[in-house]
Design a protein around this ligand. Structure first.
Ligand code: CUA
Length: 160
C-alpha cells in the first residue's frame, strides 16, 4: 500500500514538473535579477551610510598643530581625562585606553544625546576624532558594564 502511494506521488510529480516548466523558467530568471538587485541595493546603502567612515585611521599620526590631543584612561570606576577643556571648531583626537578592564568611552551633549564613542581597552589606544561645533558642557559616561560602580563613571568635558 505504501509503495503504491509513493509510486502514485512520484509519477504524478513528474507530470506536474512538466506543467510548471514554462512558469519556473520565467520566474527563475526573475529570481536571479531580484537577487542581483538586492545585492546592489545592499552595497549601495552600506556605502552611503558608512561614508564618511565613522572610524578614523588608527595607524595615522595626527599632527598636534591641527588636532587637539586629549588622553583618556578608564579606571574602575573613574576617568582620567587630560585636558578637560577644549576648543570648539578644531578637531580633537581622543587617545582612549584603560587601566584595568574594558570600558566604553561615550561623549554625550547637554540633552544626553550620544555624540561620539569608542572602546577603552587595556593595552590598546583607540583614536577617536571629533570636532565640536558649539561650546558647551559634555558628559562622559561609561558605555560598557565594568563592575559594581559602572554607573558612577561619569566625567565632564568643557568645550569653549
Ligand atoms: Cu567603566 Cu562601565
Amino acid at each position: 500500500m505504501i509503495i503504491a502511494v509513493f509510486y502514485f506521488v512520484i509519477v504524478n510529480s513528474k507530470e506536474a514538473e512538466a506543467d510548471y516548466q514554462s512558469v519556473t523558467k520565467k520566474w527563475y530568471g526573475f529570481r536571479s535579477k531580484w537577487f542581483l538587485f538586492l545585492i546592489t541595493l545592499g552595497i549601495t546603502i552600506t556605502f552611503l551610510s558608512l561614508n564618511p567612515f565613522p572610524l578614523p585611521d588608527q595607524k595615522k599620526e595626527y599632527s598636534s598643530s591641527e588636532y587637539q590631543v586629549v588622553t583618556v584612561d578608564g579606571h574602575q570606576w573613574y576617568w582620567n581625562i587630560a585636558p578637560v577643556t577644549i576648543k570648539a571648531g578644531q578637531p580633537v583626537e581622543f587617545q582612549v585606553s584603560a587601566a584595568d578592564v574594558n570600558h566604553g568611552f561615550g561623549i554625550y551633549d547637554e540633552n544626553l544625546k550620544l555624540v561620539a564613542q569608542t572602546q577603552a581597552m587595556p593595552g590598546y589606544t583607540n583614536k577617536l576624532i571629533h570636532t565640536f561645533d558649539k561650546p558647551g558642557k559634555f558628559k562622559i559616561l561609561c558605555l560598557e558594564y565594568c563592575g559594581l560602580a559602572h554607573h558612577a563613571m561619569i566625567s565632564e568635558l568643557t568645550v569653549e
